[in-house]
Write a protein that binds this ligand. Structure first.
Ligand code: AHG
Ligand code: MN
Ligand code: MN
Length: 346
């Protein structure tokens, strides 16, 4: 890779090409697919930036008596629908995407039949944190790419792969600036969208999550309904050696995770009374972020084991998610395993 100096204009495309040159067997198809995703996120970013001006705030649907809900039973925002359509349209023209699956659609959609074409499966949460849009809070897009097994004719089976199988995963945060974070499982890099050039420029290379930070991110209003070990962990975290942790919770997973990736700490969404399986979706929220956390030296668990090892049985399945700095996650797991030991002794 050519040496670079601060201030050099080094784009995501250029970075991909340079990384590809280091792998002579790479065909370039993967980069072509990724450029479809980045194009979509530039379009979504422009909608988000102009949200108050172009009538895309609020819930989707014309009739206020009929709230449109997605498969999760959640009310769809106009921008959820626009972001979803944008991603499907850009990926539809790439030619090598076989299947797309989204939080906003009941079933995966086949774009290309099995064969040389349609080698990839792409899944996404088109707009994460969408209930925050109208109050100008950061939202994002989360995506993951899998290989579509050549022999597999069954669409669901092509999609239901463990997180460890991911070829690449990333997210875009539409925050104070628009940033893209991406990994193929080795190094994690960050690119910032320059609104003047319309290009993502490399702004941080080889990101590592700090090993520990005294900061947690959880919707503490639900604490009474968390399983006991999580309640105990939070009590303990508040008063370690007399020094309290600080708390940050945006309510957009992607924005909370991005802060943790850069500054360290932990995000927890344990099982609750309302969502006994956890609220977050395994395939297109937990898995891609766990893949990034893992590549950056962090950890992700569902409270039982590594998120990436879970064998999914449903595209929209939910999971508890505990993710972030290695030591913070290990501290939570200590509370969980101590609780299990006590339960077994009883
Ligand atoms: P989405 O907007 O894609 O449905 O995701 C919302 C998720 C996630 O972004 C966030 O961490 C979580 O919901 C917040 O849930 P609570 O409001 O229950 O804390
Ligand atoms: Mn989401
Ligand atoms: Mn969403």
């Amino acid at each position: 890779m050519p040496s670079r100096k601060p201030g050099d204009i080094y784009t995501f495309q250029q970075h991909l090409l340079d990384m590809q040159r280091e792998h002579p067997t790479a065909t370039g198809e993967f980069s072509w697919l990724l450029s479809g995703i980045t194009l979509a996120t530039k379009v979504i970013s422009s909608y988000v930036r102009r949200a108050g001006l172009i009538n895309v705030w609020g819930e989707a649907g014309e009739n206020p008596d009929e709230q449109p809900v997605n498969i999760q039973g959640e009310v769809q925002q106009k921008l959820d629908v626009l972001a979803n359509e944008t991603l499907k349209r850009t990926l539809g023209y790439r030619g090598n995407v076989g299947i797309v699956a989204s939080e906003e659609d009941n079933d995966p959609r086949v774009l290309q039949e099995v064969g040389r074409q349609g080698k990839y499966v792409v899944m996404f949460d088109p707009l994460d944190g969408s209930s925050n849009i109208d109050s100008n809070v950061s939202v994002g897009t989360i995506f993951t790419i899998l290989a579509r097994p050549e022999w597999e004719r069954h669409t669901d089976h092509s999609v239901l792969q463990r997180g460890l199988q991911q070829l690449g995963a990333g997210y875009v945060v539409y925050g104070s600036s628009t940033v893209l974070v991406y990994t193929t499982g080795h190094a994690v890099h960050m690119y910032t969208l320059d609104p003047q050039y319309g290009a993502y420029l490399l702004t941080r290379e080889n990101i590592k999550i700090p090993e520990y930070s005294p900061q947690y991110s959880v919707n503490e209003a639900y604490v009474e309904t968390f399983p006991e070990p999580y309640q105990k962990y939070l009590q303990w975290a508040k008063n370690q050696n007399g020094e309290a942790c600080s708390s940050r919770y945006i309510g957009s997973l992607v924005a909370d995770f991005h802060r943790i990736l850069l500054k360290g700490g932990i995000f927890l969404y344990p099982p609750t009374k309302k969502n006994p399986e956890g609220k977050l979706r395994l395939m297109y929220e937990a898995n891609p972020l766990a893949f990034i956390a893992d590549a950056a030296g962090g950890k992700a668990t569902d409270g039982k084991g590594n998120i990436l090892e879970i064998q999914p049985n449903n595209l929209h399945q939910r999971t508890p998610l505990i993710i972030g700095s290695k030591k913070n996650v290990e501290q939570v797991m200590k509370f969980v395993s101590e609780h299990e030991t006590v339960a077994v002794k009883k």
